[in-house]
Structure formats: C-alpha cells, structure tokens
Design a binder for this molecule. Structure first.
Ligand SMILES: [Zn+2]
Length: 301
C-alpha cells in the first residue's frame, strides 16, 4: 500500500507540474491539463481509444500477453503519444497535458476507491494507482532526457523510472507490429506512419457514433458539450482512415446507464460510453486543483 507521505508527494508533484523542472521544459505550462473541458476531453479520448483497442484486439484475434486491460491501456496511451512524432525530438505540450490529465484522473480515482470502499484487487483492470504509474512511466520513457523532472519530482520513483525507456520501446514495438496487422500502414525507421499496402477496399467496417437523445436538462447539457468536442470527431476520422475493419463498431453515447462506466461488448460490436462517466470526469477536474491547494496549505484530510 502506498504511504500517506508518498501520496501527498505525488499530488504536490502533479500540482506543481514542471515548475522546478529541468531547463528543457521550463516553458511547459501544465495548468491546461486541469482546464475543465480539456481534462474531460482528454479522459474521454483515452476511454474511447481504450475501448477501441479491446475491439481491435478481439475482432482481429490478436494474441495478448499480460492481460487485455493492460494491453488496451498501452495501445491507447501509445496512440496518444505517437499521434505526432515530436517524442523523437521535443515535448509536445498538448500531448503532455493530455497525458497529465489522464494520470490525474487515475490519481483521483485511486483516492475515491480508497475512500468509498476497499480497492478491488481481483479485477482484470490494474488498480487506479498502478494505471497512474503506467501512464507516467510511458510519458517519461518516451523522452527521459527532457522529462527528467517527472522523476525528480517523485511522480515516478527511480526504481520504476530506471526501465521506463525500455518499457516505452517495447510498447512502441508492439504497437508497430499491431499496426501492420490491422491496417495498410507501418512505422518507418523514424517512427512516421507510412502506407505499405493497399487493401482498404476489402474492409467495409467503420467506426460510427450513435448519439442517444437525453430526456433531462442535465444530460442535455452533456450532450451539447460532447457535440462541441471536434477533436474527438477528428480522432475517429483518422482511426477510420487507419484501421482495416471487417465489421462496423458502433459507439453509443448513453445517457441512461446510471453507472460511471464505458465498455466494449464483443457480442454486438458495440462500445458504450455512459454520461455518468463524463460527469465523473467533470467532477474530478474540479476536485483535483482544490485538493492540491489543500495539500499545499498543509490540510491533509
Ligand atoms: Zn478495458
């Protein structure tokens, strides 16, 4: 179990962002990670990529070692990191803020898990706090020289940080292999995505989104907000260009689940994302800065 001291140190590290960072990232401003809509959109993007990773694994019979939940997390995170090639030379502040928003969400969820009930150790998903370190390690591993501050600020203990570049390399290689199995593309030597064959016309499947009309004012607000997230629409367009899908995958944005969850249903080729999950992201985006302020002023409960 994580100690209270470590827990507080991690929050403070998250809060201070890169304020005492190495010279490489002094200009990086981490406050955007906790901007309300950016935070919600980043976590929703991660959720969609995670569920789509399940879909791609199952629909293509991809063999998985190490558990499908962890594989789905790693595919989603690596797609976010590889969305541009800046990890080769510099830090992309938008991607970095996105990953901080995602790791921040895991930290808050861990706190809620511990407060509300015993963490579920038998679950197929890693614990929220493990997912926090998983995200942080992949970010750090993508560019350890420039992101030395993550390690220095105790977001990542040295024992884990040590091998994060290897973890990143292994995950990137696995993603590169996966891309050759499920698309006409491959990564070249400088990790740019290039077209390597021309078989898209054989695959009629696409990802489509079904908007379920809400029936109350609060859900209508969420519906309207989600419709403004143009970035997510462009991510889905890019994935439709990239992936060779035999089947249609339908994403339902669902106001009536009554649980803060999202899941892939392989029997129907559906992904459901509940409005309650979006509401949780909204609540947590507000919770994190306050919590950090409390911790900074010495109030720890
Ligand atoms: Zn999952």
């Amino acid at each position: 179990m994580i100690t209270r001291f470590t827990f507080v140190a991690l929050y403070l590290a998250l809060a201070s962002g890169f304020s005492i960072a190495s010279p490489d990232v002094t200009s990086f401003d981490s406050t955007r990670a906790f901007e309300h809509d950016f935070y919600v959109q980043s976590n929703l993007e991660f959720t969609l990529l995670h569920e789509l990773a399940h879909a791609v694994i199952e629909l293509n019979d991809i063999p998985v070692l190490g558990g499908q939940e962890q594989a789905a997390d790693q595919i989603a995170l690596m797609l976010l990191i590889m969305a541009d090639d800046s990890h080769n030379k510099d830090i992309n502040p938008v991607v970095l803020n996105k990953l901080l928003a995602i790791s921040g969400e895991w930290m808050i969820e861990w706190k809620n898990e511990k407060k509300d009930h015993q963490p579920v150790y038998w679950d197929t998903h890693p614990l929220a706090i493990q997912r926090f370190y998983e995200v942080t390690c992949l970010i750090y591993g993508s560019n350890p020289d420039k992101l030395e501050s993550l390690r220095k600020e105790s977001m990542l203990p040295v024992e884990r940080a040590w091998d994060c570049d290897i973890e990143f390399e292994q995950t990137r290689r696995a993603l590169a292999w996966l891309v050759t199995k499920v698309s006409d593309y491959k990564f070249n030597k400088s990790w740019k995505l290039i077209k390597s064959k021309d078989s898209k016309q054989l695959f009629s499947g696409r990802i489509k989104v079904v908007w379920i009309q809400p029936n109350n004012q609060e859900d209508q607000r969420i519906y309207t907000k989600l419709k403004t997230f143009n970035h997510l629409a462009s991510v889905l367009t890019k994935l439709n260009d990239l992936l060779n899908l035999k089947n249609y995958i339908t994403i339902y944005l669902e106001p009536f689940c009554r649980t803060p969850d999202a899941w892939w249903d392989g029997t129907k080729n559906n992904i459901t994302v509940c409005y309650d999950l979006i509401k949780d992201f909204e609540k947590n985006s507000l919770l994190l800065p306050d919590l950090v302020k409390q911790l900074k002023s010495g109030i720890r409960n």
